[in-house]
Design a binder for this molecule. Structure first.
Ligand code: ZN
Length: 274
């Protein structure tokens, strides 16, 4: 934990530039393979493809190792501040990639009750054009009622800036583990449910992002009144847990409730994809 050295904005830019160059080359090669096949340097391209494929895991490790560990949430059971791998520099970071998990789970500082991370992002106007797909969620915080009904989970909502965007980490905590859901929901900006079970054991389940909207409830006040959802005020350096409905800054926020996908800088609703 102490050995972790997060990247700076500049080293992050360099890592991403290297990753994107390789990813774009591989994508282009696969896309145009029938054309390249007829060209004299095809064998050379094939060798390059092998080299880039072998290089990608190392690039991923380099990026993942640099992703900052940030205090995102506090546990309602033991009051521990939980530090998670999180790229807050921008949605162009590969942390946000939805089809592969470019996160640094091993170095996170989690209490025994942390279970999963969900979230929402209020998008600023411009979204970077990057060669991967992200699934940042809707623009306003929400909970998954089926999960809260199935288990005595506690949810904590907080706020953090991600580049120009305003993000809302939605952390789920549980006193009892392991636990599984009949209808798993995706981890933040991924296409799988990822749960931290007992003894820091990670468990994965398929959780299609396309079905997320049916699982979400944006009416947080009743859950808060029942003591199931707590919040941390934006910018609160003490990360104090609060439960009052009247003073909660996360209720009735302006923003779209559509779950979005971002592909090559284009934001689309998951409903448009269906
Ligand atoms: Zn705890």
């Amino acid at each position: 934990m102490l050995t972790h050295t997060p990247f700076t904005a500049e080293t992050r830019r360099q890592y991403l530039q290297k990753c994107f160059a390789v990813m774009e080359w591989l994508h282009d090669f696969e896309w145009r393979r029938p054309i390249y096949f007829r060209q004299p340097n095809f064998r050379e391209r094939l060798r390059q493809q092998t080299a880039y494929r072998e290089q990608l895991p190392a690039l991923r490790d380099e990026y993942r190792a640099g992703v900052p560990m940030l205090p995102l949430s506090r546990c309602p059971y033991c009051q521990t501040l939980n530090y998670l791998s999180f790229d807050h520099y921008g949605l162009d970071g590969l942390w946000w990639r939805s089809d592969e998990r470019w996160r640094n789970g091993a170095q996170q500082q989690l209490c025994p009750h942390f279970w999963t991370l969900s979230g929402a992002v209020k998008l600023a106007e411009a979204v970077a054009i990057v060669p991967f797909r992200s699934a940042p969620g809707p623009e306003v915080p929400f909970v998954v009622p089926s999960a809260l009904r199935e288990h005595p989970l506690q949810v904590v909502i907080s706020q953090i800036q991600v580049g120009a965007h305003t993000a809302y980490p939605i952390a789920y905590f549980s006193e009892t583990k392991p636990l599984t859901l009949a209808n798993p929901f995706p981890e933040w900006s991924t296409e799988w449910a990822v749960w931290v079970q007992e003894h820091n054991r990670y468990e994965w389940a398929r959780a299609p992002y396309l079905l997320f909207k049916e699982q979400a409830d944006f009416d947080l006040a009743p859950w808060m009144a029942q003591g199931r959802v707590a919040w941390i005020a934006p910018g609160d350096p003490s990360f104090t847990l609060q439960q009052q409905v009247q003073t909660c800054p996360y209720l009735d926020l302006p923003g779209d409730q559509e779950f979005v996908l971002i592909t090559n800088g284009i934001v689309s609703s998951i409903n448009q994809k269906l």
